[in-house]
Design a protein. Sequence first.
Length: 149
Amino acid sequence: MIHALPRRPIRIRPLGLLGVLTVTVFLGIALVGCRGDGGSEDLGYDFKVGISPTPPTVGAARLIIGLHDPTGNPVEGAQVLVEGNMSHAGMVPVQDTAQLDGPGQYSVPGFSFTMAGDWVLDLKATLPDGTVVRTRHPTSVVGAMGGGG
């Protein structure tokens, strides 16, 4: 035989100011987290990334970055930032700004790969009109030349 427990009415209490503030802060944080990488857009711009030496080694490397608009014309006057991150957590990112070398060509002459392993180069170009375009370029860095194994 099953005995039913007496039902009690459910009372809903107002949140009050502290409750409303807590919910508002929580929702704000959740919405910011859903934004992704801060407005990255694929607008048809084409990035080409070259690294010298090839394959890249621990230490200084030259990054050569080509940037063309959707119609294939070179993009001049952009501010191109490069951030390198290891594929594993706990690494301090390496950041540098590329210099304009010629029509649609930018370079970072001394980008510093701090250790061997898998890296991701995040490129962010702010175009003269303020438009921001981004790309990611994975690469693998090997130990320093002549470093033994």
